[in-house]
Design a protein around this ligand. Structure first.
Ligand SMILES: Cc1cc2nc3c(=O)[nH]c(=O)nc-3n(C[C@H](O)[C@H](O)[C@H](O)COP(=O)(O)OP(=O)(O)OC[C@H]3O[C@@H](n4cnc5c(N)ncnc54)[C@H](O)[C@@H]3O)c2cc1C
Length: 394
């Protein structure tokens, strides 16, 4: 396997680096470094998004005709890796990577015209309304009901774990439009405005102290049928297509490498002679190298037009575990300082300390929040099940 970048890729990498130098100024980098949740606060990501729009890179994975770049898989990987290295905010995930591809494939022209520009510009913030209490891994059991009423649906029920539902103006959701036949055959995919009467958003504060999740309740919410994507009762196909993109974020070595690099600096500063920490660090570094190799071989398959297949489940298992292990070792490395806990969020507003002291205060919330990596985007048990079936034929 040839691991070297082509001259064109090196030129592209340098262009990305030059762009990020201006697009991620020190205050934005600090805010991102002090973000302990999974996503960046929209107000931190907004400035970065503006720079991306100016450069024409705000929806890179989309076709050019809709504002995309049509980068090769290697270019996308370089971009993601460089963003992580530069400490750039994570932007527009649910819009660009989830509902956007769905609209491009299943949306009508009117729906594309209505919804795509707001994703490109960053004016719209989307949330994902899939999970319900009791319907997570077993999503097809969802119960939120949409009853037909002329040109509208009347929606009643509840969603949960709705990331940034409190900061989003739009929601895509799966609802039950029929109870006949197989469970998957009675689901529809609809788009809602979050300010529609009857929608209530209730916060869930995670154990790390961050408010990212919400419960969303629907009480006789009237939703125009013009906001349904695809046919009625055919939403399962749309939902699965979207999950390919949500889970397609499998190539994470760049982000994990950035987290690991910070850990190395932390260990050097805090406990350079602690042999137990050093040997665990070496173990994690080796695991990361191995994962990076799988990333690169997957990338090579993608570059030649192949589908990554079940190896994405293997990568999800590995990167989620590694991110947890790195966050755990960071807590070990700072010792008793891990007990200092500041509940106010966001930390970049509540703290005014020297940089290394500020960084110390992010470690415990991050460790606690990162427990969720092995749940989101398909739990470790579900990924293991996929691997057992697809690779071992069990
Ligand atoms: C950080 C984060 C962000 C999220 N954001 C969103 C969001 O924005 N919108 C949204 O809709 N949802 C979101 N979710 C929810 C997420 O999709 C679900 O948590 C996930 O699908 C698991 O479902 P559950 O929590 O109901 O757990 P369950 O499915 O009830 O699982 C409980 C346990 O049982 C195990 N289990 C379940 N089924 C099987 C099986 N068949 N074989 C073996 N073990 C099994 C699981 O692995 C797990 O350990 C988010 C979750 C996290 C952690």
């Amino acid at each position: 396997m040839d691991l070297s970048l082509t001259q064109d890729d090196i030129k592209f990498r340098d262009e990305v680096r030059a762009f990020l130098k201006d697009a991620v100024p020190p205050d934005m980098k600090r805010s991102q470094a002090l973000t302990t949740g999974f996503s960046s606060e929209p107000e931190v990501a907004a400035g970065f998004h503006k720079s991306l729009v100016k450069k024409g890179w705000s929806v890179p994975s989309w076709p050019r005709q809709y504002g995309g770049t049509e980068w090769t898989p290697v270019q996308s990987y370089i971009f993601d890796t460089e963003c992580a290295r530069a400490g750039a905010p994570i932007y527009n995930g649910a819009g660009q990577r989830m509902v956007g591809p769905v609209l491009l494939k299943y949306g009508t022209d009117a729906q594309k015209q209505k919804y795509l520009p707001g994703i490109v510009s960053g004016d719209d913030h989307w949330a994902q309304g899939y999970s319900e209490p009791g319907s997570g891994s077993d999503l097809a059991s969802l119960k939120t009901r949409a009853i037909s009423d002329g040109d509208d649906y009347i929606v009643n029920g509840q969603k949960i774990w709705t990331t940034f539902g409190h900061k989003s103006n739009r929601l895509f959701a799966l609802v039950r439009t029929s109870t006949e036949g197989k469970r998957q055959e009675g689901i529809s995919f609809i788009l809602l405005e979050m300010n529609t009467p009857g929608i209530t958003v209730r916060p869930i504060v995670g154990n790390g102290g961050d408010h990212e999740f919400n419960e969303v309740f629907f009480d006789n919410v009237r939703v125009p049928k013009s906001g349904r994507i695809g046919e009625e009762n055919k939403g399962w196909e749309v939902a699965k297509y979207l999950l390919e993109f949500e889970r397609g974020g499998a190539l994470q070595a760049g982000r994990v490498r950035a987290q690991f690099t910070k850990l190395v600096k932390l260990v050097q500063a805090r406990c350079p002679d602690d042999q137990a920490v050093i040997s665990k660090l070496a173990e994690l570094g080796t695991d990361l190298d191995a994962m990076e190799m799988i990333d690169i071989s997957t990338l090579s398959a993608l570059q030649s037009g192949a589908n990554p297949g079940p190896v994405s489940s293997l990568l999800k298992l590995r990167w989620s575990q590694l991110r947890q292990d790195i966050s755990e070792l960071a807590v070990d490395a700072i010792g008793a300082d891990a007990l200092k806990f500041i509940p106010e969020r966001p930390l970049f507003e509540s703290l005014q300390l020297p940089p290394d002291e500020e960084e110390m205060l992010t470690q415990t919330p991050r460790y606690l929040n990162f427990r969720a990596y092995t749940i989101l985007g398909g739990t470790s048990e579900i990924q293991t099940g996929i691997l057992a079936k697809a690779m071992l034929g069990l």
